[in-house]
Design a protein around this ligand. Structure first.
Ligand code: TXE
Length: 500
């Protein structure tokens, strides 16, 4: 059981007050490492969500936040970063218990979250209005940025705190007000973050927090003219539903919808570092990563040796509870999700892919209570297979082989998604041709999985619309306004004064 003041009930935060759900609903949050109940939290219904939107609307329309000088807002962001830093270990423990990821990963996530608050504080401080030369010396023409308004921020369960922070930090920096809804599977670290935002003194109504399933409260956040922007990270189907729901109100929608990410290995690539990068890319956080490199595309001449070495190394990956320092990766997030991953393994076999390693729940009695699943590799995969095309979001690596550069490129772009891709080669010219021709939002050359708050993150194609992080991640939360100021008005003379 998690007994942490940072997540204690009540768990809804509306207009600056911590409140229970009006209907008295609760939800049990389960530890995926052993199936135990970690916490019982408040579960909102639609009326709570409507109230949260109303609070954010009032704070935007009549409150001070959107009109607060940027320097003052930056102070809040830096204070939140400081508070996170002070609670770094507690936050990491909460994230590990709730998601199953290892403590080492959770610490990396929290450090990234702190960096994101600092990055947007710094970026907001450097934004200046743009003066435009109209050719008329009497006219001052300015392009200014203003907050977009009320934002609905909807996050998934794989990087709960990190993905919510990629939204909250720029929204605060821009002067928006917001309703945050974490995944109902992993709400605890977002509750803790909002406790720190409260401690930082952010005014009431600016940040509101709702806990519930998308089915219960989703439409209160997305089917309303009172929300100006929906920023969503999650599954492609849910993203499509949200885009449809928001369309009649012409609500702005930013979507990060995952991917099926190719990792292409040319024969001249350094063998050991390539094996290492493919393993990490595919099996980190048990593959529950939107940019996981779960589609290996490897040159014919090295493929057999490469797959054999991958299998040998994959079998040695130590999976176990995230709090155990010996664990290299943790369980899947829930029993339901493991069922889905297992169904993909059965599908792969039925499609004719060859199971090389994994593919069975662990026999170890200590692991049986949790939703663990071993690293699993399928060779002899074909591009038409659903196993190759669909996001399994689990520790499943598919292997396809290629002979020529053109074949590698065709396979690398043969996806409805377009979030991320990796290429490994010692040939700089080949590498440059590939990174430019691959249609993905992030492309790594001789590396995999890295990102930085200062560089944009998002996808081509079915991976979504809009960008998080970087300057574009702040621009999502800003409207652009052109102010034309004539300092010496005169008669324009377009229409004659017909009385004279
Ligand atoms: O996500 P959902 P699920 C992929 C991954 C996974 C699949 C489904 O393949 O197996 O998505 O996962 C909220 N209106 N990714 O079902 O449902 C929901 O409460 C408004 C990729 O868990 O998309 C949660 O807060 N909100 C992904 C959030 O949407 C709604 C990371 C995400 O849940 C809603 C996770 C509705 N109608 C899964 N329905 C990535 N891009 O990294 C649900 N929600």
């Amino acid at each position: 059981m998690l007994d942490d003041e940072l997540c204690s009930p009540p768990n809804l935060y509306i207009d600056g007050k911590w409140v229970h759900a009006a209907g008295g609903g609760t939800r049990e949050i389960v530890n995926p490492a052993d199936g135990s109940v970690l916490a019982t939290i408040d579960e909102a219904d639609r009326a709570d969500a409507v109230g949260a939107v109303a609070a954010a609307r009032a704070a935007f329309d009549t409150g001070g936040w959107p009109r607060t000088p940027v320097a003052e807002r930056i102070g809040y962001l830096l204070r939140i970063a400081e508070l996170l830093d002070a609670e770094r270990d507690a936050m990491a423990r909460i994230e590990t218990l709730d998601t199953g990821k290892t403590l080492r990963e959770s610490h990396i996530d929290i450090d990234d979250v702190i960096a994101v608050f600092r990055y947007y504080a710094n970026l907001a401080s450097t934004q200046a209005d743009r003066l435009v030369d109209t050719g008329d010396p009497a006219v001052i023409s300015r392009v200014v940025r203003e907050p977009v308004g009320v934002c609905a921020l909807i996050a998934p369960w794989n990087y709960p705190l990190l993905q919510m922070s990629w939204k909250i930090a720029p929204a605060l920096a821009a002067g928006c007000t917001m309703v945050a809804k974490p995944s109902e599977v992993t709400p605890l670290s977002t509750i803790a973050l909002v406790k720190l935002i409260d401690r930082a003194g952010v005014p009431p109504g600016v940040v509101n927090l709702i806990q519930s399933s998308g089915a219960t409260v989703g439409s209160a956040l997305t089917d309303t003219p009172d929300v100006d922007l929906i920023s969503f990270t999650g599954g492609a189907q849910t993203g499509a539903t949200i885009a449809r729901t928001a369309a009649p109100h012409i609500t702005r929608v930013a979507l990060e919808l995952g991917g099926k990410n190719p990792h292409i290995i040319f024969p001249d690539a350094d063998f050991d570092s390539a094996v290492d990068a493919v393993l990490t890319g595919a099996f980190l956080h048990s593959g529950q990563v939107c940019s996981a490199g779960t589609r290996l595309i490897v040159h014919d001449t090295i493929a057999d040796r490469f797959v054999a070495e991958l299998a040998r190394r994959a079998q040695r990956i130590r999976f176990g509870p995230g709090l155990d320092p010996a664990s290299e990766t943790g369980p899947l997030v829930s029993e339901q999700h493991r069922d889905k991953v297992e169904a993909y393994v059965a599908l792969g076999i039925s499609e004719g892919a060859r199971l090389v390693t994994g593919g069975e729940r662990p026999a170890d009695p200590v692991l049986r209570a949790g939703s663990f699943y071993p690293p699993t590799i399928f060779d002899d995969c074909r591009r038409w297979m659903r196993l190759v095309q669909e996001e399994t979001f689990g520790p499943i690596l598919t292997v396809e082989r290629f002979g020529t550069e053109a074949q590698a490129l065709a396979l690398g772009n043969d996806t409805a998604y377009g979030l991320a891709a990796g290429v490994r080669t010692a040939d700089a010219a080949l590498g440059e041709r590939m990174v430019r021709a691959l249609r993905h939002g992030t492309v790594w050359l001789n590396d995999f999985g890295y990102y930085t708050p200062a560089a944009e993150w998002g996808g081509f194609g079915r991976s979504g619309t809009g960008r998080e992080l970087g300057p574009s991640g702040l621009a999502e939360y800003q409207e652009t306004k052109h102010i034309w100021h004539n300092t010496a008005p005169t008669v324009g003379g377009w229409f004659a004064d017909n009385d004279n």
